[in-house]
Every structure is written in C-alpha cells, then in structure tokens.
Design a binder for this molecule. Structure first.
Ligand code: EPZ
Length: 416
C-alpha cells in the first residue's frame, strides 16, 4: 500500500483525536490479569491494536469489537507468547508483567517494534528479577518463573516507559506485596494504565511522578474504560497545519500533554489558541527555524514527535539543531527527506537542518512509524505528486490518517 499525495495545498478544518495507541496497548496487556469482561470504549483499530488482539486471542482470550468498543474476556489457556506477531510488536513484551502477575510462568520471544534502535529489554528483566522472577534463556526464548514473586523496591536505571508498565503490572496481583518503583517513566500513558488497573480493583499509586507504589491485591474484576487521546497524533495534525499553512482545530485533546510542542510552534510563528479539550493552530507564513530542539523523557519534548518537527524545520527560515537523546537511530527518515530537497546533516545523535523555502515532490519509502508520518507531511507541503510507500508503518499508529487529512483539504489517496 502507498499514499499518492498532490501537495502544495493549505489545510483547513477539524480533526477529532482518537484514543492513544501507547495507552491502549498496555491496557490490552493488562486485561490478561482479569478473567471477567473488560470493555475498552471507542477503540481506534491501529494495526498495532489489531496485532495485540491477535496475540490475546492466540493465548485463549475472547476478543471482539462491538460498536467501536473492544470487549475482552476469559482466561488465557497458554502462557507462551511466541507467535509471529511478537516479532513486529514492541508492546507484546508488556504481556510479560501481566501474565506473570496472574499465571506466575511464561515463555517469550524477544519483542520487535520500530527500527529506531536496539530496543533492549534489560531494564524490564532487571526489574522483574528484583520481584523474584527467575529467567532462563535458550533458542532465542525467555523462560520466566514467577512462583516466588514478591513485592520489592526497584530503582530503574533509566525511566523506561515499557519497563515501568511491565513492572507495574507484574506487581499488581502480588497479594499483600508492596512494590516501590523508583525513577519510573511519567508519561500520561503510564497514568492511564494505572487508572485502568485501579478501575479493575488494583491499587497503583503515584503514576505520573518519579515513584510509583503498588499494593498487590488478590483478584481484579471486569471494567469499562476509555483511554486518553493520542498526544502524538495531536502533534502530527498541528504540525501538518504549521508546515502546509492554514487553520487546524484538533478536538478531544489535553493541551497539558503537549506543552513543549506548543511552545515550539508559537516560537515558529504559529498562532495557537488553547482550550480545555481542543487546540486551534493558525499559520499563514513560512515558519521560523527553532534553533535547538532536544528530545527527552516526559515531560520533555517527546521523541515520537522528533521526525515530525524535523520536517517543519526543513522548510523553516534559518537553521535548527535537533538532538535525539532517547533512541540511538531515529534519523532514518533523513535520507528520504533528502530526496525531496531537504538540507539535513547528521552527526551521531544530532541533525543540523538548514531550512529551504520549498520541498520537491518525490517517490519515498517509510522507514518507521513516525518517520513515515513525517514523509506524508513533507509530501503535503511539496507542490506536485509525492508517492509514500510501505505505509503499513504509518497505519500501525495512525487511524484513518488519509481520511482525516482529506477532511482538512489534503489531496491524498491510499492505493495498492
Ligand atoms: C515506548 O516505547 C513507546 N511505545 C514508544 O513509542 C516511545 O518512543 C517510547 O516509549 C519512549 O517514549 C509504546 O508505548 C508501545 P522505552 P518503549 O523503554 O517502552 C532504552 C511510537 O512511535 N531501553 O522508554 O520501548 C531504549 O532502547 C513508539 O509510538 C533500554 O535500554 O521505550 C530507548 O533508548 C516508538 N532497556 C530508551 O530506553 C530497556 O529494557 C527508551 O525506551 C528498555 C528501554
């Protein structure tokens, strides 16, 4: 599949933002801790969500989508997570914590995910080991034994999002166990997972701060839940407006989750109005370059928006230096942007961007999820026909992306 874009048009209109991919995925994993019915409402069918549900079904859970809601129930009949889907899906590793919490044993393959770095799981395993989980390794499989799992105090060597979520889930059903997770990730999706677990009767406190405390319980009950909206999708549509010029209104959002981007967009010359659940961006002139952009852990500027703000810099007035501090190879989109006339020089984790007034249309290929979304924004801004290939990367984390962009006036078609 690919997108054919006829770029150079300004964008005007509204986009309603769906629930966040990176909130839904750990929530789906957490349903393994409860056999009763869990309903996750208003579910956007990102490819990653479909894959995660396929893994759940292969493990024995009952999974159905009814009127836009995801309904998951029943127990799993297997604790071996070694199917093909785990090779593409980073979030499959989140199931380690939830399976060990409820079933005390598991077999896993190493997870896949976007090719933006080595993606190790040492912090996950170290944290679970501190809870008493025993690991053995053979034939590229991880054998986990949690029969002696117990609460403990854990200090993460790095505030890993996935490791925080995995350890939070692993400690949820350690009856009478108290687990303290220090130096943990503080992303809004972590808070959402804690809220989901607590809606099932769990006792997770401190999510969103650097220390989380989990009081283990014996059992969880079913629940109905709606996840927070996707802050990265929100940023993507706002950046589309900044790059292509026009007026964009994004609804069903929490501006508090995007403050670093909002400051950057204002400094670029965009006019931004904030409301409790929507953001309006207007931009009718070539943006000014942002001299220094550094990604960081939350609440810093999110690494997932780095490829997208990079595209804004390629057409801005001036020079920008972007420092990617979280992943070691998240500039793979640069070679594709160069085909469109972007002037970007990479040195280790730094990208120096000299803005050009216009990008040129070209035939490009998505390297990963956020790089792919960036190429679409670049194509929308370049006058003429751009072709973006391997769009499955994009559809892992954007739902009805081309439809939403067409509603904003973009000329974009999805073809085989
Ligand atoms: C989550 O990935 C997100 N994915 C990523 O979003 C996001 O970029 C990332 O958090 C950072 O915010 C999901 O939530 C499904 P990390 P995760 O563990 O958990 C290193 C997207 O575009 N690390 O916080 O894998 C790791 O290599 C995706 O939606 C270890 O060294 O991120 C990286 O350099 C991409 N050992 C850094 O920490 C470990 O055991 C951050 O990784 C774990 C991580």
């Amino acid at each position: 599949m690919k997108y054919i874009i006829n770029g150079g048009k300004k964008l005007f209109g509204k986009v309603k933002i769906d629930s966040a991919k990176n909130a839904i995925l750990p929530v789906i994993a957490a349903t393994i801790m409860c056999d009763e019915e869990c309903v996750i409402k208003d579910i956007p069918l990102y490819l990653d969500v479909v894959e995660m549900c396929a893994i759940l079904e292969k493990l024995g859970k009952k999974v159905e989508v009814k009127e836009n809601n995801l309904i998951i129930s029943g127990a799993i009949s297997s604790t071996s997570v070694i199917m093909a889907e785990t090779k593409t899906l980073r979030s499959s590793i989140f199931m380690m914590g939830s399976i060990l919490s409820n079933y005390r044993k598991a077999i896993f393959t190493y997870p896949g995910g976007c090719d933006i770095g080595k993606r190790p799981i040492d912090i996950h395993l170290a944290g679970l080991k501190s809870l008493g989980v025993k690991f053995s390794f053979a034939n590229d499989l991880i054998y986990c034994d949690a029969n002696k799992i117990s609460g403990n105090t854990i200090e993460l060597s790095f505030p890993s999002v996935g490791a925080t979520e995995n350890i939070m889930m692993a400690s949820t059903l350690i009856e009478n166990g108290i687990t303290v997770i220090k130096n943990c990730a503080r992303e809004p999706e972590i808070v959402d997972l804690a809220n989901f677990i607590n809606s099932m009767g769990g006792k997770v406190f401190g999510a969103g701060y650097e220390t989380i405390v989990v009081f283990g319980v014996k059992k969880l009950h079913g629940t109905e839940y709606r996840c927070i909206s996707d802050r990265i999708s929100t940023g993507t549509y706002l950046l589309a407006g900044a790059i292509c010029l026009g007026r964009i209104e994004v609804c069903n959002v929490n501006p508090n989750f995007l403050l670093p981007l909002i400051v950057f967009l204002r400094n670029s010359g965009c006019n931004i109005e904030l409301f409790s659940d929507k953001i309006i961006l207007e931009n009718f002139s070539r943006p000014k370059s942002i001299e220094k952009i550094e990604t960081g852990i939350y609440p810093g500027f999110p690494t997932d928006m780095q490829s997208l703000i990079l595209v804004l810099q390629t057409i801005s007035k001036g020079t920008s230096i972007i420092h990617e501090t979280v992943f070691e190879s998240r500039f793979r989109v640069v070679s594709e942007l160069a085909k469109m006339g972007a002037k970007i020089n990479i040195s280790e984790r730094y990208a120096t961007v000299v803005g050009v007034s216009k990008l040129k249309p070209a035939i490009v290929t998505c390297p990963d999820l956020r790089g792919g979304a960036g190429l679409v924004l670049a194509g929308l801004s370049a006058k003429g026909k751009t072709e973006v290939g391997e769009i499955f990367h994009i559809e892992r984390g954007y739902y009805k992306f081309d439809e939403n962009l067409r509603n904003l006036g973009a000329n974009i078609e999805r073809i085989k």
